[in-house]
Design a protein around this ligand. Structure first.
Ligand code: SF4
Length: 246
């Protein structure tokens, strides 16, 4: 189990999770107004393929590969019309190309046979697709405008723990904790906010707590609260307003 910053938040008098979550969302949303999925896609089909390819590699790498891939493969049938080895070659640069090609072909076959060639938006249907685990299904459903859960990746996991929003280590349990406190309309954008905040400020090794807009709400901040309030960064650290910018 992760070190409990939930308890630390209480010890430091920062307030309960439910009280801190809205100002956390509002401030990070203001700081990273451009936070959104980094994968490039033009259709539901391109979305699910991009997300499947993004396992164990960067979004930039996936975008580089899909720029050509999506010109060649435009329908589920296109992925089934070529030999498996050809698809493997076309996605080789994303790594784990054999497993990914197998999963993509399996998913395309099921889309054709059971979903009329369309990508479903229900989580319980998405997770039936070969190679589509809960995280992938959550990303796809959220981007299709039907968020039914909260995506928990490595950034979301780390930041949820550091911010004292969960005591858990297991992504499924973390998601359950987040679902209890994150307002439902924010389920789709919440992971993007934590991902961008994680990349730009709350780095895994060197979090820049002195420049963090939620420092006074974070139980793992390395900067003491009185310092935050009197420092140059304090102008960016506003006492909890629940107002939310969309
Ligand atoms: S205060 Fe530090 S640990 Fe907390 S969210 Fe900000 S950067 Fe991360």
């Amino acid at each position: 189990m992760a070190r409990s910053y939930v308890h630390e938040a209480r010890r430091r008098g920062l307030g309960r999770r439910r009280e801190r979550i809205e100002p956390i969302i509002a401030r990070i949303a203001e700081e990273h107004a451009d936070a959104q999925i980094a994968l490039r896609f033009r259709s539901d089909l391109e979305l699910i393929v991009s997300v499947m390819l993004s396992a164990q590699t960067t979004d930039t790498n996936v975008n580089r590969v899909t720029a050509a891939l999506f010109e060649k493969y435009r329908t589920p049938g296109d992925y089934l019309a070529v030999a498996p080895e050809e698809l493997e070659r076309d996605i080789y640069a994303t790594g784990f190309f054999r497993q990914k090609a197998k999963a993509i072909r399996g998913t395309m076959r099921m889309l054709v046979e059971q979903f009329n060639g369309e990508v479903p938006s229900r989580l319980d249907e998405l997770v039936k697709l070969p190679g589509v685990a809960r995280k992938t299904a959550n990303v796809v459903a959220s981007e299709l405008g039907h968020a039914q859960g909260i995506v928990v990746d490595t950034h979301v996991r780390r930041l949820s723990q550091r911010l004292g929003l969960t005591r858990q280590d297991d992504p499924v349990k973390i998601e359950r904790d987040l679902q209890r406190i994150v307002p439902r309309p924010d389920w789709a954008r919440f992971p993007h906010l934590l991902i961008w905040h994680g990349r730009r400020v709350c780095d895994a090794r060197r979090p820049r707590c002195e420049a963090c807009v939620v420092g006074d709400l974070c139980p793992s901040s390395r900067v003491a609260l009185p310092e935050l309030r009197s420092s140059g960064a304090s102008g960016r650290v506003r006492a909890g307003t629940g107002s939310s910018r969309r």
